[in-house]
Write a protein that binds this ligand. Structure first.
Ligand code: GTB
Length: 217
């Protein structure tokens, strides 16, 4: 059955892979599933036709036959459940991988988004300089224990899983802040994720949309 996702017609990041269709593309690539992409403009996202797929008028969405999903956590989990490659077979290891997927979205991503919002939207506010260190501290309060838990392991719980896919996707948003440089094992972890052929294919595909160049791979 054809899988169709939606993505920005033009991502505001110009193809750095930070828009959330990249994590869905990555999951589909890891699972070896072909997919189609419908590009939507900011205006079209707020139209009833798109809101029927995504009540909040955002990307990405996921369509597969009668099934329509939104929220990248739910989409990646769905892909991981239906196809091999993103969740271990052992029931307890699987539950732990799902725990990391939730941890990435519920515990690690919120302060990272807050930092991103501060840097992009609040930098000209008179209180920005006073607030920024507080926001950065809240990011560090998540990165320090995450770095301790990862230690010198390649992945968070044995083999690469949907939990790592989501955690790396979330951490990538920090790159421009420079904070990851203070956590070398997390920086290496992100680099390991980015080096995966499935990530490269996903990245190249979204880049092609944003530069008008066909993917090379
Ligand atoms: N919780 C939802 C999920 O995980 O699926 C959040 C979805 C979401 O935030 N979608 C964003 C969107 O549609 C695109 S990814 N925004 C348009 C709108 O709300 O009107 C977030 C994003 C956007 C741009 C960059 N960037 O340019 O760097 C990075 C991330």
């Amino acid at each position: 059955m054809t899988i169709t996702i939606t993505a920005f017609e033009r991502s505001p990041d110009g193809g750095k892979g930070l828009a959330r269709d990249t994590r869905v593309r990555w999951a589909l690539e890891e699972a070896g599933q072909p997919y189609e992409v419908r590009l939507v403009s900011f205006a079209a996202m707020k139209e009833p036709a798109h809101r029927a797929l995504h009540p909040f008028g955002q990307i990405p969405t996921y369509e597969e036959g009668d099934l329509v999903l939104f929220e990248t956590g739910s989409i990646v989990f769905h892909i991981a459940e239906r196809h091999a490659g993103l969740l271990p077979a052992d029931a307890n290891a699987r539950a732990r991988a799902i725990t990391w997927l939730f941890a990435a979205l519920n515990t690690v991503e919120p302060p990272i988004l807050d930092l991103s919002t501060a840097r992009i939207q609040e930098h000209d506010q008179p209180w920005y300089a006073a607030r920024l260190p507080l926001v950065q501290d809240r990011v560090r309060a998540r990165l320090s224990p995450l770095a301790s838990r990862l230690g010198d392991a390649d992945w968070l719980d044995g083999t690469f899983s949907a939990g790592d896919l989501m955690m790396v996707s979330v951490l990538l948003r920090l790159r421009s802040s420079g904070i990851l440089n203070d956590y070398p094992n997390l920086a290496d972890y992100v680099a390991r994720g980015e080096a995966r052929p499935a990530y490269q294919r996903a990245f190249d595909a979204q880049l092609a949309v944003n530069t008008g160049q066909p993917p090379t791979g």
